[in-house]
Ligand binder design. Structure first.
Ligand SMILES: Nc1ncnc2c1ncn2[C@@H]1O[C@H](COP(=O)(O)OP(=O)(O)OP(=O)(O)O)[C@@H](O)[C@H]1O
Ligand SMILES: [Mg+2]
Length: 249
Protein backbone atom coordinates (compact mmCIF):
# COMPACT_ATOMS: atom_id res chain seq x y z
CA UNK A 1 0.00 0.00 0.00
CA UNK A 2 1.14 3.53 -0.76
CA UNK A 3 2.57 5.36 2.22
CA UNK A 4 -0.05 7.63 3.85
CA UNK A 5 0.64 11.36 3.49
CA UNK A 6 0.14 11.84 7.24
CA UNK A 7 0.89 9.02 9.65
CA UNK A 8 0.69 8.87 13.45
CA UNK A 9 2.61 5.97 14.97
CA UNK A 10 2.09 4.93 18.59
CA UNK A 11 1.80 8.60 19.53
CA UNK A 12 1.84 9.41 23.26
CA UNK A 13 1.34 12.86 24.73
CA UNK A 14 0.77 13.95 28.33
CA UNK A 15 0.48 17.34 29.98
CA UNK A 16 1.70 16.93 33.54
CA UNK A 17 -0.24 14.02 35.02
CA UNK A 18 -2.83 14.10 32.28
CA UNK A 19 -2.32 11.47 29.60
CA UNK A 20 -4.07 12.84 26.54
CA UNK A 21 -2.81 10.55 23.74
CA UNK A 22 -2.00 6.98 24.78
CA UNK A 23 -0.75 5.32 21.63
CA UNK A 24 -2.48 6.73 18.57
CA UNK A 25 -1.96 4.83 15.32
CA UNK A 26 -3.60 6.45 12.34
CA UNK A 27 -2.85 7.15 8.70
CA UNK A 28 -4.38 9.52 6.17
CA UNK A 29 -4.08 8.23 2.59
CA UNK A 30 -2.96 10.74 -0.03
CA UNK A 31 -5.76 12.86 -1.47
CA UNK A 32 -8.30 11.72 1.09
CA UNK A 33 -10.13 13.49 3.92
CA UNK A 34 -10.12 11.89 7.34
CA UNK A 35 -12.67 13.10 9.87
CA UNK A 36 -11.61 12.79 13.50
CA UNK A 37 -14.49 12.48 15.94
CA UNK A 38 -14.35 12.38 19.72
CA UNK A 39 -15.68 14.01 22.84
CA UNK A 40 -14.70 17.44 24.03
CA UNK A 41 -11.28 17.25 25.66
CA UNK A 42 -10.46 13.88 24.08
CA UNK A 43 -7.35 15.30 22.42
CA UNK A 44 -8.43 15.98 18.84
CA UNK A 45 -6.81 19.41 18.65
CA UNK A 46 -3.69 18.13 20.40
CA UNK A 47 -3.49 15.27 17.90
CA UNK A 48 -3.68 17.35 14.75
CA UNK A 49 -1.33 20.03 16.07
CA UNK A 50 1.38 17.35 16.18
CA UNK A 51 1.19 17.24 12.38
CA UNK A 52 2.85 20.65 12.09
CA UNK A 53 5.01 20.43 15.19
CA UNK A 54 2.87 22.66 17.43
CA UNK A 55 3.10 19.81 19.92
CA UNK A 56 5.96 17.30 19.97
CA UNK A 57 5.40 13.64 20.87
CA UNK A 58 6.50 12.26 24.24
CA UNK A 59 7.00 9.02 22.35
CA UNK A 60 6.00 7.61 19.00
CA UNK A 61 6.11 9.73 15.89
CA UNK A 62 4.26 11.71 13.27
CA UNK A 63 5.33 11.40 9.66
CA UNK A 64 4.35 13.93 7.01
CA UNK A 65 5.21 12.77 3.51
CA UNK A 66 7.53 10.20 5.10
CA UNK A 67 9.44 12.71 7.27
CA UNK A 68 9.32 12.54 11.07
CA UNK A 69 8.07 15.94 12.25
CA UNK A 70 9.46 15.67 15.80
CA UNK A 71 13.01 15.22 14.55
CA UNK A 72 13.06 18.23 12.24
CA UNK A 73 15.20 21.29 12.80
CA UNK A 74 13.73 24.77 12.38
CA UNK A 75 14.14 24.80 8.59
CA UNK A 76 12.52 21.37 8.32
CA UNK A 77 9.61 22.49 10.44
CA UNK A 78 9.10 25.56 8.27
CA UNK A 79 9.01 23.30 5.22
CA UNK A 80 6.38 21.09 6.88
CA UNK A 81 4.27 24.13 7.77
CA UNK A 82 4.42 25.26 4.13
CA UNK A 83 3.33 21.83 3.05
CA UNK A 84 0.43 21.52 5.52
CA UNK A 85 -1.93 24.44 6.23
CA UNK A 86 -4.12 24.65 9.30
CA UNK A 87 -7.49 26.23 9.95
CA UNK A 88 -7.44 26.78 13.71
CA UNK A 89 -10.36 26.18 16.04
CA UNK A 90 -12.08 29.57 16.34
CA UNK A 91 -10.48 30.97 13.17
CA UNK A 92 -7.65 32.78 14.94
CA UNK A 93 -7.23 35.76 12.61
CA UNK A 94 -4.90 38.58 13.60
CA UNK A 95 -7.49 41.07 14.83
CA UNK A 96 -5.34 44.14 14.32
CA UNK A 97 -4.55 43.24 10.70
CA UNK A 98 -6.76 43.68 7.63
CA UNK A 99 -8.08 40.70 5.68
CA UNK A 100 -5.38 41.38 3.08
CA UNK A 101 -2.58 41.31 5.64
CA UNK A 102 -3.99 38.21 7.31
CA UNK A 103 -4.05 36.28 4.05
CA UNK A 104 -0.75 37.73 2.79
CA UNK A 105 1.08 36.95 6.02
CA UNK A 106 2.35 33.48 5.12
CA UNK A 107 3.24 34.56 1.60
CA UNK A 108 5.39 37.39 2.92
CA UNK A 109 6.94 35.17 5.62
CA UNK A 110 7.60 32.08 3.56
CA UNK A 111 8.23 33.25 0.00
CA UNK A 112 10.13 35.95 -1.86
CA UNK A 113 7.15 36.85 -4.04
CA UNK A 114 6.91 40.47 -5.21
CA UNK A 115 4.19 42.61 -3.64
CA UNK A 116 2.21 42.49 -6.91
CA UNK A 117 2.38 38.70 -6.95
CA UNK A 118 1.33 38.59 -3.29
CA UNK A 119 -1.66 40.84 -4.04
CA UNK A 120 -2.70 38.65 -6.98
CA UNK A 121 -2.42 35.52 -4.88
CA UNK A 122 -4.47 37.06 -2.05
CA UNK A 123 -7.26 37.90 -4.51
CA UNK A 124 -7.01 34.45 -6.03
CA UNK A 125 -7.33 32.53 -2.75
CA UNK A 126 -10.11 34.83 -1.52
CA UNK A 127 -11.89 33.97 -4.77
CA UNK A 128 -11.42 30.28 -4.04
CA UNK A 129 -13.35 30.73 -0.79
CA UNK A 130 -15.94 32.83 -2.64
CA UNK A 131 -15.02 36.22 -1.17
CA UNK A 132 -14.57 39.39 -3.22
CA UNK A 133 -13.53 42.94 -2.35
CA UNK A 134 -13.00 42.23 1.34
CA UNK A 135 -9.24 42.84 1.43
CA UNK A 136 -9.59 46.18 3.23
CA UNK A 137 -11.96 44.92 5.96
CA UNK A 138 -10.84 44.20 9.51
CA UNK A 139 -11.70 40.86 11.18
CA UNK A 140 -14.15 42.66 13.51
CA UNK A 141 -16.16 43.67 10.41
CA UNK A 142 -16.71 40.06 9.32
CA UNK A 143 -19.50 37.59 10.07
CA UNK A 144 -18.57 34.22 11.59
CA UNK A 145 -18.82 32.48 8.22
CA UNK A 146 -16.65 35.12 6.55
CA UNK A 147 -14.01 34.79 9.26
CA UNK A 148 -13.82 31.05 8.61
CA UNK A 149 -13.47 31.70 4.89
CA UNK A 150 -10.69 34.22 5.42
CA UNK A 151 -8.94 31.80 7.77
CA UNK A 152 -9.32 29.13 5.11
CA UNK A 153 -7.94 31.46 2.43
CA UNK A 154 -4.96 32.08 4.69
CA UNK A 155 -4.47 28.34 5.20
CA UNK A 156 -4.44 27.63 1.44
CA UNK A 157 -2.38 30.66 0.37
CA UNK A 158 0.85 28.66 0.12
CA UNK A 159 -0.86 25.93 -1.95
CA UNK A 160 -0.36 23.28 0.72
CA UNK A 161 -0.56 19.58 -0.05
CA UNK A 162 -2.23 18.94 3.29
CA UNK A 163 -4.89 20.83 5.25
CA UNK A 164 -5.94 20.52 8.88
CA UNK A 165 -9.35 21.85 9.84
CA UNK A 166 -10.18 22.20 13.53
CA UNK A 167 -13.95 22.54 13.93
CA UNK A 168 -14.51 24.40 10.65
CA UNK A 169 -18.29 24.69 11.07
CA UNK A 170 -18.69 25.09 14.83
CA UNK A 171 -20.81 28.08 15.75
CA UNK A 172 -22.11 28.67 12.21
CA UNK A 173 -25.73 28.48 11.08
CA UNK A 174 -26.69 25.44 8.94
CA UNK A 175 -26.61 27.31 5.63
CA UNK A 176 -23.20 28.82 6.26
CA UNK A 177 -21.96 25.44 7.54
CA UNK A 178 -23.10 23.84 4.34
CA UNK A 179 -21.25 26.41 2.29
CA UNK A 180 -18.07 25.73 4.27
CA UNK A 181 -18.53 21.98 3.79
CA UNK A 182 -18.88 22.47 0.05
CA UNK A 183 -15.74 24.58 0.06
CA UNK A 184 -13.80 21.87 1.89
CA UNK A 185 -15.00 19.31 -0.64
CA UNK A 186 -14.23 21.64 -3.52
CA UNK A 187 -10.71 22.34 -2.32
CA UNK A 188 -10.12 18.66 -1.92
CA UNK A 189 -11.19 17.82 -5.45
CA UNK A 190 -9.64 20.92 -7.07
CA UNK A 191 -6.33 20.91 -5.21
CA UNK A 192 -6.09 17.19 -4.48
CA UNK A 193 -5.07 17.91 -0.90
CA UNK A 194 -4.94 15.41 1.94
CA UNK A 195 -7.02 16.65 4.88
CA UNK A 196 -7.87 16.00 8.47
CA UNK A 197 -11.13 17.53 9.69
CA UNK A 198 -11.91 17.61 13.41
CA UNK A 199 -15.59 18.16 14.02
CA UNK A 200 -18.53 17.69 16.37
CA UNK A 201 -20.86 18.30 13.44
CA UNK A 202 -22.14 15.01 12.11
CA UNK A 203 -23.61 16.50 8.92
CA UNK A 204 -20.26 18.01 8.14
CA UNK A 205 -18.45 14.76 8.95
CA UNK A 206 -20.62 12.81 6.53
CA UNK A 207 -20.36 15.44 3.84
CA UNK A 208 -16.61 15.99 3.77
CA UNK A 209 -15.17 12.70 5.00
CA UNK A 210 -13.78 9.78 3.02
CA UNK A 211 -12.68 8.12 6.23
CA UNK A 212 -13.57 8.48 9.90
CA UNK A 213 -11.58 7.92 13.05
CA UNK A 214 -12.97 7.98 16.56
CA UNK A 215 -10.70 9.08 19.39
CA UNK A 216 -11.60 8.00 22.90
CA UNK A 217 -9.50 7.93 26.07
CA UNK A 218 -6.33 8.56 24.14
CA UNK A 219 -6.69 5.81 21.58
CA UNK A 220 -8.31 5.33 18.18
CA UNK A 221 -11.39 3.19 18.77
CA UNK A 222 -12.53 3.14 15.16
CA UNK A 223 -10.78 3.84 11.86
CA UNK A 224 -12.44 3.13 8.53
CA UNK A 225 -14.42 4.44 5.60
CA UNK A 226 -17.56 6.49 6.15
CA UNK A 227 -19.67 3.49 5.09
CA UNK A 228 -17.85 1.26 7.55
CA UNK A 229 -18.42 3.89 10.26
CA UNK A 230 -22.16 3.87 9.57
CA UNK A 231 -22.20 0.05 9.95
CA UNK A 232 -19.87 -0.02 12.96
CA UNK A 233 -20.94 -1.82 16.13
CA UNK A 234 -18.63 0.35 18.26
CA UNK A 235 -21.17 1.68 20.82
CA UNK A 236 -19.59 5.11 21.30
CA UNK A 237 -19.39 5.70 17.58
CA UNK A 238 -22.98 4.53 17.10
CA UNK A 239 -24.13 6.94 19.79
CA UNK A 240 -22.27 9.71 18.06
CA UNK A 241 -23.64 8.98 14.60
CA UNK A 242 -27.20 8.35 15.78
CA UNK A 243 -27.27 11.16 18.30
CA UNK A 244 -26.22 13.73 15.72
CA UNK A 245 -22.92 14.40 17.45
CA UNK A 246 -21.99 15.47 20.93
CA UNK A 247 -23.64 18.28 22.73
CA UNK A 248 -21.23 21.20 22.69
CA UNK A 249 -19.34 21.55 25.95
N1 LIG B 1 -0.89 23.26 25.93
C1 LIG B 1 -1.55 22.50 26.82
N2 LIG B 1 -1.14 22.41 28.10
C2 LIG B 1 -1.79 21.63 28.98
N3 LIG B 1 -2.88 20.90 28.69
C3 LIG B 1 -3.34 20.95 27.44
C4 LIG B 1 -2.70 21.76 26.43
N4 LIG B 1 -3.38 21.60 25.28
C5 LIG B 1 -4.39 20.76 25.55
N5 LIG B 1 -4.36 20.35 26.84
C6 LIG B 1 -5.29 19.41 27.47
O1 LIG B 1 -5.36 18.26 26.64
C7 LIG B 1 -6.69 17.73 26.62
C8 LIG B 1 -7.16 17.61 25.19
O2 LIG B 1 -7.33 18.91 24.65
P1 LIG B 1 -7.81 19.17 23.16
O3 LIG B 1 -7.83 20.63 22.99
O4 LIG B 1 -7.00 18.39 22.21
O5 LIG B 1 -9.29 18.57 23.19
P2 LIG B 1 -10.32 18.47 21.99
O6 LIG B 1 -10.64 17.04 21.75
O7 LIG B 1 -9.82 19.26 20.84
O8 LIG B 1 -11.62 19.19 22.64
P3 LIG B 1 -12.71 20.17 21.98
O9 LIG B 1 -13.63 19.29 21.20
O10 LIG B 1 -13.39 20.78 23.16
O11 LIG B 1 -11.98 21.17 21.13
C9 LIG B 1 -7.54 18.68 27.47
O12 LIG B 1 -7.65 18.12 28.76
C10 LIG B 1 -6.71 19.94 27.53
O13 LIG B 1 -6.94 20.66 28.70
MG1 LIG C 1 -10.33 21.03 19.99
Amino acid sequence: MEQPFIQFRDLHKSFGEKQVLRGVDLGVPRGQTLVVLGGSGSGKSVLIKHTIGLHLPDSGEVLVDGVSVGEQDEAGLRATRKKVGMLFQGGALFDSMSVFDNVAYALVEHTDMTSDAVADRVTEVLGMVELENVEHLMPADLSGGMRKRVALARAIALAPRGLLYDEPTTGLDPITSNAINRLIRGLQSRLGVTSIVVTHDIQSALMVGDRMAFLHEGRIRFDGTVDEAKRSEEPLLRDFLQGGGYAQA
